[in-house]
Design a protein around this ligand. Structure first.
Ligand code: WTA
Length: 639
């Protein structure tokens, strides 16, 4: 029996769930009316599995809904309370954001960006990042934001795939007091991409950069731009952005989101889950380079005209108390972060948060990975002082917005630490077995979504076939997210981690296939396998196993460094393995499948007898033999 916490915010609107259960299409139709449309839709949902079009015939603009609509009542209200890592701060009102976005939209137009084009954005966490995104949205160009931790090779692949002719970057960004040379990374990334016409450079750190004929400074362009740029009236399914994310294949996939459905989903979930009020100060710690930042830093809070804190740097820099200092300084009322961050804060000890005034907090949230019940309880007690409900929000880059979460803005339900609780209204989620049949209560199975929802991806950029196979081929007409889950006796959903070869390291999604293809492109490596093992803070860390090519006898410690560097330059520092093992061969079943559980057992320092599941279907004695060989070969090869 799990512990139950009865805590809510006093809201209880049963009617909404009833309506949603009765007819999810007309339910979402009503929710969409909360947004401002230029022209109404003729059809709420056009569902040609697996492609969904929401609010067909309606025209809308994301920038209009996040800025223009607030100008009459909120132009002096703070939109962003920005805190630089070095202690600088900026306060941008909705009025100032409106001007900056229109000016920057005109800059983009002057550089030839048109409706339907793609623009790549590689910026640190500064207000110019949402400004650039909303400027793209204003003129109907799709932004593709790349997390500032990704390497030149990753950027090159994404710029080429999206065919972005304009790139927006900064001279540098601050991270742990050091300057990350973003412009240099872009120079390297696009050195062979002749189709890139313009690079706009924001000066953040004033470090030395080289400027070529393609490069222009943000300030110079924006100073001379007109501050009036009406928002384009766009079809509801007009592409708003592409966000690349890792999957089970070698290359990241471009998840394509539309406008009207996506915004409807965000508007609704922000209200139901966060109970947002005009007086709130919202703070989501996610980097905008990830989907959480797109949805719950940029679009959802601005749709509601909310005030939010945006922080540039590392959460524990220069001191472990940094986060709580920020919460106190800005009187944050709603705080949304990750289990990895919470595990780190918890390790620093209670004295640190206890020495700050966090009494303004009224609601806490987590996202991105399963949260351990102990950490949930720590969050509830030490940060929330037992008066703030916690929302554990499950969703994905592909889903656009949260799909499983308790919703204190809508209803009060008992909370169980570690469970995401219930699906949001209007979404049909269940847990099934391998054949698609419902599993009994308390039994592990696969999470599936049985009807389309407004925030769902339109497709994978340029690859409808892959979209069909990745998400819609395991079960007929059901979306398959790739997560294990179970439902308990109260129908609460418990997320049990990934069912595929996707890792979650500190909440960041990394595909093992991507890592493996990077490692085998090293001239000395014949074969490789990567997997995740549990980590106290990051949830999971990567370990890798490699087989050298015949005749290669290089020093493995040098090779290990080379491989780590290669991963850093090809993918990014977040994908660096904790340890690389050199082996004579990879443990495989007779059908050639890598026995990843053996790799995990090595990484966890377990005996094979401790590993109970036989998901690879091999006989126990055979597994033991392969395991012994593997251990022996690690010893032999790591001299
Ligand atoms: C995992 C992040 C447990 C899950 C918004 C999912 C979670 C993947 C939770 C998507 C949660 C996300 N509890 N697991 N509350 N939220 N996940 O695309 O495995 O970066 O499939 O989106 O994160 O990761 P993504």
């Amino acid at each position: 029996m799990s512990e139950i916490f009865h805590i809510g915010l006093g809201n209880n609107d049963d009617a909404l769930r009833k309506k949603a259960d009765a007819d999810f299409v007309s339910f979402w139709d009503e929710q969409a009316k909360n947004l401002s449309w230029f022209s109404p839709w003729e059809k709420t949902l056009d569902w040609r599995p697996p492609f969904a079009k929401w609010f067909v015939g309606g025209t809308i603009n994301a920038s209009y809904n996040t800025l223009d609509i607030h100008q009459a009542a909120k132009s002096d209200k703070s939109a962003i309370l920005w805190e630089g890592e070095n202690g600088e701060s900026r306060n941008l009102t909705y009025g100032q954001m409106f001007t900056q976005v229109q000016k920057f939209a005109n800059v983009l137009k002057s550089l030839g960006v048109k409706k339907g084009d793609r623009v790549t954005i590689y910026l640190p966490m500064v207000p110019e990042l949402p400004i650039a995104m909303l400027a793209c949205a204003r003129i109907g160009a799709a932004h593709t934001v790349i997390f500032s931790g990704f390497s030149a090779t990753s950027i090159k692949d994404r710029v080429a795939d999206s065919n972005s002719k304009v790139i927006i970057t900064a001279d540098g960004g601050y991270r742990r007091g050091k300057i990350v040379p973003l412009k240099d990374v872009i120079d390297e990334a696009i050195s062979e991409l002749d189709f890139v016409e313009h690079v706009i450079v924001l000066e953040r750190t004033k470090n030395k950069i080289s400027m070529s004929s393609k490069d222009q400074l943000w300030t110079e362009l924006i100073d001379s731009a007109s501050s009036s740029c009406p928002a384009e009236e766009l079809p509801s399914d007009h592409p708003l952005y592409i966000l690349y994310t890792s999957g089970t294949t070698g290359k990241p996939k471009g998840v394509l989101h539309g406008t009207g459905g996506y915004l409807t989903h965000l508007y609704s979930t922000f209200k139901w889950a966060f109970d947002i009020k005009d007086s709130d100060v919202f703070f989501c710690t996610a980097d905008i380079g990830w989907v959480t930042g797109h949805s719950y830093v940029v679009y959802a809070p601005f749709l509601h005209g909310a005030t939010q804190v945006m922080y540039e740097g590392a959460p524990d820099f220069p001191e472990p108390s940094r986060m709580w200092e920020i919460l106190q300084k800005y009187n944050v009322t709603i705080f949304y972060t990750t289990p990895t961050a919470l595990r780190m804060f918890m390790k620093f000890g209670d004295d640190i948060p206890n020495s700050f005034d966090l009494s303004q907090l009224r609601l806490l949230g987590t996202v991105g990975e399963p949260i351990n019940p102990e950490v949930w309880k720590w969050y509830f007690k030490t940060i929330g002082k037992e008066k703030c409900p916690i929302i554990d929000t499950w969703w994905q880059t592909e889903t656009g917005g949260m799909l499983i979460s308790s919703l204190p803005g809508l209803e009060t339900i008992p909370l169980k630490p570690g469970s995401g609780t219930l699906p949001i209204p209007g979404v049909n989620i269940t847990v099934v077995d391998e054949n698609g049949g419902d599993v009994p209560a308390n039994t592990k199975g696969y999470l599936v979504i049985k009807n389309p929802w407004p925030g769902m991806l339109l497709t994978l950029w340029g690859d409808d076939e892959k979209y069909k196979t990745v998400y819609w081929s395991k079960y007929e007409n059901c979306y398959y997210p790739g997560d294990y889950a179970l439902k308990d006796d109260d129908d609460y959903i418990w997320l049990l981690g990934r069912a595929d070869d996707v890792l979650k390291v500190a909440g960041h999604r990394i595909g093992t296939a991507e890592l493996e293809s990077c490692m085998v492109s090293h001239p000395s490596i014949a074969e490789s396998a990567a997997c995740g093992i549990p980590d106290e803070v990051k949830g999971e860390v990567i370990i890798a196993f490699v087989v050298l090519k015949q005749g290669i006898s290089n020093d493995t410690s040098i090779l290990e460094k080379e491989l780590s560097n290669k991963i850093r330059t090809d993918i990014g520092a977040i994908a660096t393995p904790k340890q690389i093992y050199f082996v004579s061969k990879l443990p495989k079943t007779r059908s050639g499948k890598i026995m990843r559980r053996l790799l995990k057992a090595i990484g966890n320092n377990e005996k094979i007898g401790d590993v109970s599941t036989l998901e690879d279907g091999a006989a126990v004695t055979e597994v033991q033999q392969v395991f012994d060989e593997l251990q022996k070969s690690i010893k032999e090869n790591s001299r």
